[in-house]
Design a protein around this ligand. Sequence first.
Ligand SMILES: [Zn+2]
Ligand SMILES: [Zn+2]
Length: 345
Amino acid sequence: MRAVVVDAVRAQPHVGEVATPSAPPGGVVVRVMATGMCRSDWHAWAGHDDIAFPHVPGHELAGVVTQVGEGVRRWTVGDRVTVPFVCGCGRCEWCLAGDAQVCPDQEQPGFTHWGSFAEQVALHAADTNLVALPDEVDFATAAGLGCRFATAYRALVGRARVATGEWVTVVGSGGVGLSTVMIAKALGARVVAVDRNPEALVVATALGADHAVPADGTDVPAVVADLTGGGSHVAVDAVGSEQTCADAILSLRRRGRHVQVGLLPPVDGHPRVPMARVIAWELDLLGSHGMAATDYPGMMRLIEQGRLQPQRLVERTIGLEEAADLLPGFDRATVAGITIIDPTR
Ligand SMILES: [Zn+2]
Ligand SMILES: [Zn+2]
């Protein structure tokens, strides 16, 4: 089969012929119909994760089951499916409690094994991790769900427990940030979007953000405090840098909740976090790491009802060759929204 192959850390990716995977016990193989490209793929390419090379990236996917491994009960060949980027083992106390997103024995396609920038991909513990796609949800829409959209949904619903009428500040208007804006509005919150890219703020506003604040050297927390009467109830850092993390935390009102979604790998040193403010104002600092398959039905219902429209976040669709070209520069991508790869092109 064809796949985007990375031979070594920071090597130029290329499209090559590799062996088709076979279904592991308890797992399946899926024909990839759409797969998203995100900054996590770039982190893996850049050597920020512990990955064996040569490697095939890709962790946001939707497709059709082509092989079913021994012991799988819930899935058959031909099923339309998607999957969270974290695949739990299905056996540990966290998986059994419905929290596969923090499973200590988790697998992640595109990280722990070859991923979905390919015609087919193997997925583990299918009965725990696969999500059936309703007919109304197309593959490109579903591919955008597994990482950024589901993470944003869980950040607001499962972690921050956003309530109607609350202010939510979203720092960063890329794929995960725009997902957060859309979901926060659907939950009845008021939203302040922050980004350094004016085009991204235009998109955030089109998705319903009440205010758009350019991160152009202005004092973001001071602007947010003015707009919200003392700070937002919830802040989300959707970028992952010392600056954006601090801006998000310092934009909160007293007793506010911060959710860290953007990855902060310690490659630039351990990030400084304004803990004095956290203590004095009794702020909650929360992490969000994807969302388990068991929590998908609530999100999927809102999509079927049209109250959430993740397809509006799809910015462009490309083929495998173009994906190979784009990956090394993806940390500097200024495109607003989600890039989808169609491996059948
Ligand atoms: Zn587990
Ligand atoms: Zn991702």
